[in-house]
Design a protein around this ligand. Structure first.
Ligand SMILES: [Fe+2]
Ligand SMILES: [Fe+2]
Length: 335
């Protein structure tokens, strides 16, 4: 299909009744946007350093196959940024300040995609050059690079085709539900990068993921504050937020083939031991508790399809028993 003909409507906004402008105004002030920009400038990191990195400077022998697989998974999810932006801008178009924020957020997410994609390409070139002893032959390395980039481009194209069908966030959501869902997504992503950065033995990847984690945390904090502001202005929004969090799933589930296996690989790579996995749950629960209170957080995990990722074909994920949650949290507190 030609690029121009590929899609004419956004799955998120296509069928949705138009909200009045006042329905959109749940989110930031101009000061909030400027505050975000200041941190963007202050903590901005250099994509150029990754682009210009010599593939020989990556310690591929320190990488596991799982490291490489999970980098591909997160790169593909990050690659879908133009579609997230298109959907969000369309949805929030009545609110100038939200759109301004989305533009800044978008360039950070775009950097994540490019940095991860270039890193992965260099890893694949290094592995291929090593296995075929082509490392010193510039023409052969150029041919390998072209093949690697072609294959990655194909995978990224497949993700964008998939996102034209399903964007993951239900079309009927009101703005505060979109913000709630995005807050959790940013939190989970930050946690993944931070923990995987600690476990991978490859120094370039560890450094890159640490930088990405900091960006994702800033995104999460921005969205979280907007949700708190909206709740403060209208406490009646809480049940809708709880509903959205109960339905939450990571976008990879809608965008990627074999997501269940990819998700399991990500969990094992970032949280290799049972103690790590429990720690990840406690961190997630604590975050949720701070935003919506303990009672509501318990409801999200006991009534919701916890991390079911909306995959209707898959067996439903367990609804967690309250006693299990209490035990996990209490153990953490008494540790
Ligand atoms: Fe990102
Ligand atoms: Fe983010």
């Amino acid at each position: 299909m030609s690029k121009l003909a590929r899609r004419v409507s956004y799955p998120f906004t296509g069928e949705q009744p138009v909200l009045p402008p006042t329905g959109h105004l749940t989110v930031p002030s101009k000061d909030d946007v400027i505050a975000f920009y200041r941190t963007h400038e202050r903590v901005g990191w250099s994509l150029t350093e990754i682009l210009d990195l010599d593939w020989r400077d990556i310690r591929v022998d320190a990488l596991t196959q799982t490291d490489i697989d999970v980098v591909e998974t997160v790169m593909l999810v990050e690659s879908n940024n133009p579609d997230y932006v298109a959907n969000l801008i369309e949805y929030f178009k009545a609110d100038q300040d939200v759109c301004d924020f989305i533009m800044m957020w978008a360039i950070e997410e775009w950097k994540h995609y490019y940095a991860l994609r270039e890193y992965l390409a260099k890893v694949q070139i290094a592995l291929e050059a090593r296995d075929t002893s082509a490392g010193a032959d510039a023409d052969r390395v150029a041919a390998i690079e072209a093949a690697v980039q072609r294959a990655l481009g194909q995978k990224v194209g497949d993700v964008r085709e998939a996102s034209g069908e399903n964007w993951g966030i239900p079309a009927h959501y009101v703005p505060v539900q979109v913000v709630a869902s995005t807050t959790l997504q940013e939190f989970m992503t930050a946690e993944f990068y931070r923990h995987h950065a600690r476990h991978t033995q490859e120094p370039v990847l560890a450094k890159l993921e640490s930088l990405l984690a900091k960006d994702e945390t800033r995104h999460e904090m921005f969205y979280e504050q907007r949700m708190k502001d909206a709740l403060e202005a209208d406490p009646g929004l809480m049940p809708m937020i709880v509903e959205a969090l109960k339905e939450f799933g990571m976008p990879g589930a809608y965008l990627l083939e074999a997501y269940t296996a990819r998700q399991a690989a990500m969990e094992d790579a970032a949280y290799p031991t049972l103690a790590d996995k429990k720690g990840a749950f406690v961190a997630l629960f604590s975050k949720m508790e701070r935003i919506i209170g303990r009672e509501n957080a318990l409801r999200v995990f006991t009534e919701g399809n916890y991390m079911g990722d909306g995959d209707e074909g898959a067996a439903p994920k367990k609804k967690m028993r309250p006693e299990l949650i209490t035990r996990l949290i209490t153990r953490k507190l008494s540790a």
